[in-house]
Design a protein around this ligand. Structure first.
Ligand code: IPE
Ligand code: IPE
Ligand code: MG
Length: 244
């Protein structure tokens, strides 16, 4: 039995996993310990999402702007990511979870890229849930990359300007082929998007909680999902006519 009504469950949940540093500070620990604990929370939320039937889960794990952090913190985050990918492969295979990534991943260290793309390849036929890790990701950079790609197609006379529809732009983004997020969750109580999925979040429902990411568990996730189920998604229309 699933612990939540599966009717009107979001198809795609996106999460800004924020507050690892503050969680650690509150406990008198260093920030890296916060990231370690945060990785455990990721595990729990990934497994649980799959269990209850979320089809797409997209996690903001490292932003383009996060490169500005002290080198030792960036290194610790990359190491944790490597460890996470290695330890989760089995779980992903057993549960039919496919891995994807969005972002300027060419900037990641070689060892991380290797294990990342190896895991993506190995899980490529899994389709019970797609877990997308946003790594070296920035929404503006994504739009910029799409504009350059489209402009190059025009320059080569491969397309005409009138062919640039919303769908065409969506297809030029890193998230091509993915549905837009239905629900965006942000932990740590910040009321901002921090350059996450700027195009894709246009009609997403937003749930913000003061809980720091390492403390975000199943119960609070369920609360966010239940809250989502009470929303009337009008998409600019007059109500009662949910798009799906
Ligand atoms: C989120 O936690 C993890 C990453 C951005 C990589 P933070 O490290 O941003 O934690 P705070 O916001 O400083 O508490
Ligand atoms: C957003 O958190 C990025 C990730 C969760 C990976 P940040 O901590 O980088 O965002 P700001 O600095 O609070 O906006
Ligand atoms: Mg933060």
């Amino acid at each position: 039995m699933t612990p939540i009504e599966t009717k009107q469950l979001p198809e795609h949940v996106a999460i800004i996993m924020d507050g690892n540093g503050r969680w650690a500070k509150m406990k008198g620990l260093n920030r890296v310990r916060g990231h370690q604990k945060g990785a455990e929370a990721v595990r729990e939320i990934v497994t649980f999402s799959r269990e209850i039937g979320i089809r797409w889960l997209t996690l903001y794990a490292f932003s383009e702007e996060n490169w500005e952090r002290p080198a030792h913190e960036v290194q610790a985050l990359m190491k944790l990511l490597n460890r996470f990918l290695k330890s989760e492969l089995r779980e992903m295979q057993e549960n039919g979870i496919g891995l994807k990534t969005i972002g300027r991943t060419e900037k990641l260290p070689k060892s991380t890229r290797q294990i990342l793309f190896d895991t993506i390849e190995k899980t490529s036929s899994n389709n019970s849930m797609i877990l997308t890790l946003a790594l070296s990701y920035g929404g503006r950079q994504e739009i910029l990359d799409a504009i350059q790609k489209i402009a190059a197609q025009i320059q080569k006379n491969e397309i005409t300007i009138s062919e640039i529809t919303e769908q065409f732009v969506s297809d030029a983004l890193y998230t091509a082929g993915m549905p837009d997020p239905d629900l965006l969750i942000r932990t740590s109580g910040e009321y901002r998007i921090s350059n996450f999925l700027l195009w894709q979040l246009s009609y997403s429902e937003i749930y913000i909680t003061p809980t720091m990411w390492p403390d975000f568990g199943k119960n609070e996730y369920l609360a966010a999902l239940r809250d989502y189920q009470t929303r009337d998604r009008r998409f600019g229309a007059t109500g009662g006519n949910r798009k799906k």
